[in-house]
Design a binder for this molecule. Structure first.
Ligand code: ARG
Length: 418
């Protein structure tokens, strides 16, 4: 058993390629470039991940660029995205470098998985994506492709072509009759990636990490300053670690996240200005908006606080940075991510109940939690008479034994510096 390393590819090497196609200018240029460079058949795949754009125009554009209707794939994958990718990740409370809720990272394996499924369906020997050679997304796409289909040929035009400047790209578009929206004539002020979980903006005017991002960068939250002066109270129900209802109303995963996004948006919740470490080695600055995800993260921690045993919770928290790094680095389809997921899912068996939250001017506060599976014992913790639930005298021996080695250290070695 072995893998063969092929490429770089020449004209004639590629028969049919499945392109992750947004319908935007860049991926339209890629579409044409694939046809002309490799002389291959192009199949487009456009996913509705909740980015808030209609899929219709992408279909029209693909048709206009000569793609046959049977080679145009469009899928609404919002429910699958939230149920099978976002929710499992939120069970882990995953945050990359302490802050990033991984909104772009978690969408890539799903897009890649669909591309490979389509490649199998149509008998394509290659896949292509529009991520650049400097970022994380190329890694995420391609690790997923190779994990799912080891013999797949991968084409990453941004790493190959000569269309390195905006001018050259526009020239190519013009020459090939690719329509260019008026607002795309000039340089885009920054790069955006959006889906149901988040919007990310980076590059160009955001590159100086000292310069505060202009209000106009934010697209799916109002600013905390403009948020209502009155707090919004909500409840979120959980079953086995996954959110199932908002304000008592049962909702499908994608509907629920959409609802939390609305609530977050109007309360200015989920903005993050972050400098992070990319997998390829450089630091980059990004502006993230994760309104619903920020509420969900807080709510999930809230329900875990009463339903998770301390040992289970602490172990899970130790492993969380590793899990988050795996997702960020693109190792979703790896044995180690699956192992951690099994552990995390096991921990969620009793993570059920209801959390009450207060949303106010950019803040999300858990203000109440209850669960039929609660480990919280009011009778034990009370400052009043606990009627024998806890014997305070037990604490004396508990502390003495824990202090034993500290006392011996003080006697034998002088103890801590004073
Ligand atoms: N830095 C983020 C990540 O690696 C977002 C990348 C995509 N965002 C973009 N605006 N192109 O997950």
């Amino acid at each position: 058993m072995s893998v063969t390393y092929t490429g770089p590819y020449k004209k004639g090497d590629i028969k049919k390629v499945v392109l992750a196609y947004s319908g935007g200018l860049d991926t339209s240029v890629i579409l044409k470039w694939l046809q002309t460079t490799y002389g291959c058949e192009v199949v487009t795949f456009t996913a509705d991940l909740g980015q808030g754009e209609e899929l219709g125009p992408a279909r029209k554009k693909a048709e206009m660029l000569g793609i046959k209707p049977k080679n145009i794939y469009m899928d609404d994958v919002r429910e699958e995205f939230v149920k099978d990718f976002v929710f499992p990740m939120f069970r882990a409370n995953a945050l990359y470098e302490g802050q990033y809720l991984l909104g772009s990272s978690i969408a890539r394996p799903l897009i890649a998985k669909r591309q490979i499924e389509i490649a199998r369906e149509v008998g394509a020997d290659a896949v292509a994506h529009g991520a650049t050679g400097k970022g994380n997304d190329q890694v995420r796409f391609e690790l997923a492709y190779y994990a799912l289909k080891p013999d797949i040929k991968v084409i990453a035009p941004w790493r190959e072509w000569e269309l390195s400047s905006r001018t050259k790209l526009l020239e190519f578009a013009e020459k090939n009759q690719i329509p260019i929206a008026k607002d795309k004539r000039g340089e885009a002020p920054f790069s955006i990636d959006a889906n149901l979980l988040h919007s990310s903006s980076e590059g160009k005017i955001l590159e100086d990490p000292w310069e505060e991002a202009d209000e106009s960068v934010y697209q799916r939250t109002i600013s905390p300053e403009d948020a209502p002066d009155k707090a919004t109270y909500i409840t979120v129900d959980f079953e086995k670690g996954d959110a199932t209802a908002v304000d008592g109303k049962k909702m499908s995963p994608a509907t629920l996240l959409t609802r939390l996004n609305e609530l977050g948006k109007k309360n200015g919740i989920g903005r993050l200005d972050l400098v992070e470490n990319r997998f390829v080695g450089m630091k980059s600055r990004g502006i993230y908006e994760t309104p619903g995800g920020t509420i969900l993260h807080a709510a999930h921690r809230g329900i875990e606080s009463i339903t998770l045993d301390r040992g289970a919770g602490h172990l899970k928290d130790e492993l969380m940075p590793k899990y988050a790094e795996l997702v960020y680095f693109g190792f979703w389809f790896s044995p180690e991510r699956e192992m951690l997921q099994a552990l995390i899912d096991k921990s969620q068996e009793n993570v059920s109940g209801t959390v009450r939250l207060k949303l106010y001017k950019g803040n999300t506060s858990v203000v109440g939690r209850k669960s039929p599976k609660s480990l919280y014992s009011m009778k034990t913790v009370t400052f009043e008479d606990d009627q024998g639930a806890y014997d305070q005298r037990d604490a004396e021996g508990f502390i003495k034994l824990n202090a034993l080695r500290l006392r011996l250290r003080a006697l034998g070695q002088g103890g801590p510096k004073r």
